[in-house]
Design a binder for this molecule. Sequence first.
Ligand SMILES: [Zn+2]
Ligand SMILES: [Zn+2]
Length: 132
Amino acid sequence: MRGKCLCGEVGFECDAAPVVTVACHCTHCQKTSGSAFSVNAIVAGAAFRLTGAYAVYADQGESGGSVERCFCPKCGSPLASRLANGMVAVKVGALESDEDVTPVLQLWTRSARPWSKALLGAPGFETNPPSA
Ligand SMILES: [Zn+2]
Ligand SMILES: [Zn+2]
């Protein structure tokens, strides 16, 4: 898989297929994504490499383990997190390749926003709504 940040300064490549893709509702994912949850493809750390001048925020996850959050210092996009168990959580919003990253599990549902489950059933526009 491969991907990059919004401005293109930081990219990544991974030679291994994702082990699993998860949606994480933990409060740290809510903060760093600026959203209700993050969707992460979990890959083996040895197969993953970032390119470009990325920055790292040394976080401690809600479970207590170390989480190195890698992001672009120029545009702010989160790209991946190196986890204490040697795996890497790749932010699927940054992907530019088309492997299957359908989320099959949800983590930290105890802090999920109460409306998360119903959100995708809300009416949608293909783009921004038409202006009045
Ligand atoms: Zn960037
Ligand atoms: Zn999380």
